[in-house]
Design a protein around this ligand. Structure first.
Ligand code: ZN
Length: 702
């Protein structure tokens, strides 16, 4: 409605963990116990059903994307682009393989990125164990929330300023149960007030352990395996799941008299965003994409991109600031884009194929004859896939045809705007900026619109596990898309969270009924091409002009909250209660000249047209229907937003009209008079131009 051409393809993100979990539940299968090909087909099936449902909802909602050029992130074309990007970044030296401690979810059986971790205060046990100082045999109390990792303890730490332990630094401590000797060292990260002020460092209870192992070059002990069970390194607890092993060892420590104290505490625990399982830090080899080197460039870009609202830029900046590791991009899963690598079966050298095709190394033959390192002719295909954000981060390059059509790309990249929720700033927004910058040297979009979260009626995030999730289909069936959209637009100012409320959706429906009735009333009058306007009409059109200016400005800022609320306020409080009452008699020809009557008709239609146009982007169905009925067969969505017309009416006069009307109504009410009863009240001096309409409206007598 601004006369611009818009590229808005509908994209369906169909990769990754959520898809697999959905398929596992839907078909009651387990990925690891299902042949890969078969599991992939089940995922596709599940996705097709889900996609049909989602696209149906999008159409019902009136989302005006281009469904003809709908794309899927699991299509061959899209995955080709993802694999190409990997090869390209590999060439640039931005991807490397490394064995390092990794966030791992034992339920999802995969590495996860920092961005997918949520923290929650959960109850756990703080166990204070009696260690022994090897040299002096004195007792040393060490508190930990991870007693099951005693076997992986490689150091004991105290704060260098803690006078209680100063003499012990440099000596060794004996780990209970396992009897091994570990050094006692000082480090400023130890909080003397936590537990006994002595900390055990093991691989890996938390992220601080990772830092300490690195700093003190300690030898890693792998105590937890990829299924979340303790390893042989823990002795009798081998094969036991972490949580059970913890209870068992606490009991053992108590029985052995090692545990001096066991207390329940609330502990800030990292959880997998999807399965809500506590994260383990497990050393493993993964592919990494460099991101730390790009922090300055990304921050510069973040400051240049125009954010709507501006405050949400900070979520991105905060995230960039806290990044301390590169991005692990490989996942041990099935339904995602395959990592296009084969390894020499002899020397293990990774080989990347030529770009331009979609590769599935887990089942395709290696496209090489000989190992470039040792000449061996046998290769083993990579079985891992990419993290799903490796795909979705490329959507701006896919839709602008980066690989296929340079001319189209140069016309459309960078995209104008990214529209998304604030809960995926750390992932979708961030990774898109990172990868598109690494590949093109430019930002992927000029502006970002970051919406708030839809919450339940009590203000909680909607979660399957809480059962507070609202299925949109029946809600839409009850309210219709227009009321639902108007509610969505008018509920939260740009970027703020909002609560689901069916009552308030019904309220939005009432407003649309009012709009409908207003248009129907106006449609009973003919529509003159032009008219000799009275002052009342000029006042109304001037107010309308102000509304159009405000709404146009708001739309330019993608702010539908202001538009919906301003239009609602205008229709109820200015137009319906004031102008309509002032001009109704004239419109019916009651003691008015033909010219005055036509001026009322003209103004009524101008208001109706403008309100429909202003609301068309928010409530597309009702406005389109009314527009076609009243103003021609062409869709309202092909029209332009209205142009404001302004007249010489001061703010003061406008205020006086509203105040005078309110005063008359109040006086009549106080005197017990009906609205149609006559009354004697003096019209304010600055409203003499409006006298005729005011007298008729209020039945004023001299
Ligand atoms: Zn080789």
């Amino acid at each position: 409605m601004r006369g611009l051409q818009v590229l808005y393809p509908v994209g369906i993100d169909r990769n990754g963990l959520p898809v697999e979990i959905f398929a596992e539940r839907k078909y009651r299968v387990q990925m690891r116990k299902t042949p890969r090909e078969e599991f992939i087909n089940l995922c596709k099936h599940a996705l097709d059903d889900l996609e049909a449902y989602m696209v149906g909802l999008m159409k019902t909602l009136g989302i005006s994307g281009d469904y003809q050029s709908k794309y899927r992130t699991d299509s061959e074309e899209y995955r080709k682009l993802t694999q190409w990007s990997f090869m390209e970044l590999w060439k640039k030296g931005l991807i490397y393989l490394a064995n390092r401690p990794n966030n791992y979810c034992v339920d999802c059986n995969t590495t996860i990125a920092d961005a997918e971790i949520e923290y929650e205060e959960l109850p756990t046990y703080l166990v204070t164990n009696r260690f022994r100082v090897n040299e002096s045999k004195q007792e040393l109390l060490v508190a930990t929330t991870r007693p099951e990792l005693l076997a992986a303890c490689q150091m004991v730490m105290v704060n260098p300023k803690d006078t209680r332990y100063r003499k012990l630094v440099g000596k060794t401590a004996v780990v209970p149960i396992y009897g091994k000797e570990v050094p006692i060292k000082a480090h400023k990260s130890v909080d003397p007030k936590f537990g006994s002020g002595v900390l055990m460092v093991c691989s890996y209870g938390d992220y601080n352990d990772v830092l300490m192992f690195r700093e003190f070059k300690l030898k890693e002990v792998v105590a937890i395996d990829l299924d979340g069970k303790l390893t042989a390194a823990t002795g009798k607890y081998a094969g036991v799941a972490v949580k059970d092993a913890r209870s068992q060892i606490i009991q053992d420590l108590q029985e052995m008299g090692v545990a001096a104290k066991v207390e329940q505490i609330q502990h800030r625990t990292p959880l997998c965003e999807r399965s809500r399982t506590p994260i383990e830090i497990i050393p493993m080899e993964e592919y990494y994409l460099k991101q730390l080197d790009f922090k300055p460039a990304l921050k510069r870009m973040a400051r240049k991109i125009e954010f709507h609202p501006d405050m949400h830029r900070q979520i991105l900046l905060d995230w960039i600031n806290v990044l301390t590791t590169d991005y692990p991009i490989s996942r041990r899963r099935y339904y995602s884009t395959e990592i296009p690598v084969w390894y020499c079966s002899k020397c293990n050298t990774p080989h990347l194929p030529k770009p331009g095709k979609y590769y599935r190394p887990w089942r395709d033959e290696a496209p090489f004859k000989k190992c470039k390192n040792c000449g061996n002719t046998k290769f083993v295909g990579e079985t891992r896939t990419f993290d799903t954000w490796m795909d979705s981060s490329l959507s701006p390059l896919f839709i602008t045809k980066y690989l296929g059509n340079r001319r189209f790309f140069s016309l459309t990249y960078p995209a104008t705007i990214r529209v998304q929720g604030k809960e995926i700033v750390r992932t979708w927004l961030y990774y898109t900026m990172l990868k598109c910058y690494q590949l093109t040297g430019r930002a992927p979009f000029k502006e970002a619109w970051i919406g708030g979260l839809g919450q339940d009626s009590q203000g909680r995030a909607m979660r399957k596990s809480l059962g507070n999730y609202v299925d949109p289909e029946p809600v839409l069936a009850r309210s219709g898309a227009d009321a639902f959209r108007f509610w969505g637009a008018s509920e939260a100012s740009l970027g703020y969270d909002f609560r689901f409320s069916e009552e308030r959706i019904a309220g939005a429906g009432k407003f649309l009924t009012k709009l409908w009735n207003t248009c129907r009333f106006i449609s009973s009058f003919p529509q003159p091409e032009k008219a000799e306007l009275t002052w009342t009409d000029k006042w109304m059109l001037n107010e309308l002009g102000k509304l159009i200016e405000e709404c146009t400005k708001a739309y330019e800022n993608y702010d539908v909250f202001t538009v919906s609320n301003k239009v609602r306020e205008f229709l109820w409080n200015v137009f319906a209660s004031n102008y309509l009452e002032m001009a109704k008699g004239r419109a019916y020809g009651d003691s008015a000249t033909k010219g005055e009557q036509e001026a009322a008709w003209y103004t009524l239609h101008e208001v109706a047209k403008s309100l429909l146009l202003l609301l068309a982007p928010i409530s597309p169905y009702i406005t389109d229907y009314a527009w076609r009925k009243l103003y021609g067969a062409r869709s309202i969505h092909l029209e332009r937003l209205p142009k404001p017309e302004r007249f010489d009416i001061t703010e003061k006069v406008s205020q006086s009209i509203l105040e005078f009307n309110a005063q008359v109504w109040k006086t009549k009410k106080d005197k017990g008079l009906a609205l149609k009863d006559s009354i004697s009240l003096r019209i304010p001096a600055n409203l003499t131009h409006f006298e005729k309409d005011l007298v008729r409206m209020h039945h004023l007598t001299k």
